[in-house]
Every structure is written in C-alpha cells, then in structure tokens.
Design a binder for this molecule. Structure first.
Ligand code: GCO
Ligand code: MG
Length: 409
C-alpha cells in the first residue's frame, strides 16, 4: 500500500520574529515542510489549519497534490482570503517537498528543471537622510546585490514606512511587525513625499551610476494621479519598478497609472488568487507579479498564475520579506529557478536566530541565489531550536496623516 499522511503538526516559533510552520508526516516516516506565516495575524492561520484543514489531511495520499489543492480550495464554500490561502499554501508546499524528496530531486527539477544559472535578487536599502541611504545602498552593493530597493525618510515626518525610527540603533534594523500591545504609529504626508523623493533618486543615480537597478515601494499610499506624478518624476532615473502605487483592491486604478507613466509597475503582495490579477494581467497594466508562494495558495496555483502572466509579457517578482520563513523562501527559489518568465526575487535576510531554526540549503552569491541540490525544498526544521523561541504577539504598524486621520499602510 502506498504511504498516507499520518500527522500534520502546526508549530509557531519566534526566532527574532514569528513564523508558522506545518510539518506533514507520512506513514513511511517522511516529513515535508510548509510555511503558513501571515505577518501580524499568525494565530488565525494556526486555527484554520488545526481546526479545519489538518483533520482532512489525515489518511490522504500525499502524492495527490493537485487533488488535495482542489479539495481544500474548490471544496470549501468560503474561498480565497489570506488566512485560507496561507493555510492551503503550507499544505501544498509540504506536499511538493515530500514529492521531490521521494523522487530524490530538488523541487525545481519536478517543476521543469533549471531555466537559468542564478536567481537575481534585490536587497533593501533605507535611510532617514540621503547620506544614510547612500551608506545603506553601498552596503548592499558590497554584499553583491545588483538591484536595490530604495526607501527614504521624508523631512518633517518622524516615522515613515520602511525607515528605522530616529531613536533606533541602526538604519538597517527596520522591523515592521513589532511585539507591542498596539500597532506602532507612523506618519504620512503625500505632498511632502512627492516633493522629496525625486531629489533622493537624483542623488542616488548620481552616486551609483546607470547600471544599478533601483526599485521603490510606495506601499499602497497614493491616488492614481499622485502615482502618475511620482512615476513621471522618477522616469529620468530609470527605475526597475515602482511597487504598489495605489491600494490593491481597485484594479481599475492601474489603467489610469498605465496611461500616465512609463515607469514599470509591480504589485500583488497582498493578493491571494489569480482572480486578483485578472484585469491587471489581461490588460497588461503591470510588469511584475509580487505574490508570495506563502500567501497565494502554494506552488500549485503560483505556477499557473505565473504561466498565465507569461502570455502577457509579465514577469515574476515573488515576495520575499523576512516575514516569509526560509521554508517559504526556498519554495519561491525553486519556482524562480524553473519558470521561464522570472523577473527578480526579493531578499530580506532573516534574523540570525531563524537560520538556526530553519537550516537552509539555498545559497546567495554575487547578488544571485541558487536553490541547492538537496532532495525536496532543501530546508530542515530544528524543533529543539524552535522551542527556545516562544510566540510573541506582534502587529504591523499603522499610518496616520498629520491631522491624525488613518491612512493606508
Ligand atoms: C515588501 C513589503 C513588505 C511588507 C511586509 C508586510 O515589499 O517587501 O512591502 O516589507 O510590508 O511583508 O508583512
Ligand atoms: Mg512591498
């Protein structure tokens, strides 16, 4: 008789930040890993898995990945949403990990094999001031990155998305999900931001020359006309992309942005299914798909989404912040390595403690990753180390305008 799933355990650990990991065990003693981390809402996914989905897995054939995915997605009347899709993603990735381990192959081989020799990644640079920012970019360049996301403080604003507070130790330590009783409060003033940012990009281009790819994340804060103004003001500095210019809910806003500026557009880190992309893909309103494997239902639907986008000349840019665990990161890298329309991969290093908990076989060298050749995902989970870091409730910040009005974060 072929193996069946005998256990699926959900483990929450906080090695520097919270991660939710699914460990699926089969009757022949194999284990597969999945990442179910939803930043700031971790325990909702734990409950979805433990209470609703794990009981359905026991006794199932671990090799039937497509059927299991359809059973959990199509079989639930309440489809979509980040909690459901993160839970399904963890199961899907764990089953792919198991399948590739039994094949004795790294996962990318099952996805069609290598389409490139390395996976280009971009790192994050931040600075409250332009000199601090230039130092931060220099560090990324010294680490080998050929592409850098550039986020800057704005004069007159105390705390801005992506930038460490003035009282923090190091400009590199911006950590959005903080273990506080309430979300931290950041400031926002779109007019001040729009006035300031072109000068910053001018200084950065001047200092680093034409070759370095520069990216910028507007983090859903603008109206379409503000986004057009920003895009046009940054056109002379040849951005690799402008990310999340407007809130993700309204796909039609991207029509207005596309008509107004040639800056390449990336979006989708808060999307959870192909349906969130339909208008954007079919009308070619974006250039990069930002979904995380961890939040979009796993490898199975991500592969389909990226193949669909490929027909419209849209490339991948899989979400890779530090709130995706090394398990989710490995899943992204195997997919990046195999698909044809790879664009770039985000890379924000994990806390050092997380590398103890999740020893990973992928390698970063000269700005590029390779997923490694260990069978499966190539990541292991050190349960004893995980137990040393108990869960801590954490919240992403919120943003308020100068008069106290809540704004999009
Ligand atoms: C990015 C992001 C993240 C998110 C974070 C929220 O482009 O990497 O916007 O840093 O803010 O993942 O959980
Ligand atoms: Mg982003």
């Amino acid at each position: 008789m072929s193996a069946v799933i005998v256990d699926a355990e959900v483990v929450v650990t906080c090695p520097g930040r919270n991660y939710v990991t699914l460990v699926v065990t089969t009757s022949d003693g194999r284990t597969g890993l999945g990442d179910a981390t939803l930043n700031g809402r971790e325990l909702a996914v734990v409950a979805m898995l433990q209470e609703h989905l794990v009981p359905l897995l026991i006794g199932r054939d671990p090799s039937a990945i497509e059927d299991t995915w359809q059973y959990l997605y199509r079989g639930a009347y309440w489809r979509r949403g980040p909690v459901s899709m993160a839970a399904i993603a963890a199961i899907d990735v764990a089953l792919w990990d198991l399948k590739a381990q039994s094949a004795g192959m790294p996962l990318y081989q099952l996805l069609g094999g290598a389409s490139r020799t390395g996976i280009r990644a971009y790192g994050h640079a931040t600075g409250r001031t332009t000199p601090e920012l230039i130092d931060s970019i220099s560090q990324r360049v010294a680490e080998g990155f050929t592409a850098v996301r550039v986020q800057t403080g704005v004069p007159g604003l105390r705390r801005v998305y992506g930038i460490t507070a003035a009282d923090a130790d190091a400009a590199e330590s911006y950590e959005p999900a903080a273990a506080l009783d309430r979300p931290d409060e950041e400031d926002w003033d779109t007019a001040a931001y729009l006035r300031h940012i072109p000068q910053v990009f001018a200084a950065v281009r001047e200092r680093f020359g034409d070759e370095l790819a520069l990216l910028h994340d507007a983090h859903h804060r603008l109206t379409p006309s503000e986004a057009v103004r920003l895009g046009r003001s940054l056109e002379p500095f040849d951005l690799f992309w402008l990310e999340d210019p407007t809130p993700g809910e309204n796909q039609a806003a991207f029509r207005l942005i596309r008509q107004g500026t040639t800056v390449p557009i990336a979006t989708g880190e808060v999307f959870t299914t192909v349906w969130d992309y339909r208008t954007l893909v079919e009308e070619q309103l974006i250039d990069y798909v930002r979904s995380a494997v961890t939040h979009t239902g796993g490898i199975t639907p991500m592969r389909k989404l990226l193949d669909y986008a490929a027909h419209f000349q849209i490339k991948s840019a899989i979400h890779g912040p530090s709130d995706i665990s090394p398990v989710g990161m490995a899943a992204a890298l195997h997919l990046d390595f195999a698909i044809h329309n790879f664009g770039i991969q985000e890379y924000m290093p994990h806390p050092a403690e997380a590398s103890r908990v999740f020893p990973a076989g992928y390698r970063f060298e000269r700005g590029h990753f390779t997923p490694g050749d260990a069978p499966g995902l190539g990541v292991t989970f050190d349960r004893a180390a995980a137990a040393e870091y108990p869960y801590r409730r954490a919240y992403l910040p919120v943003a308020r305008l100068r008069d106290g009005t809540m704004h999009d974060w």
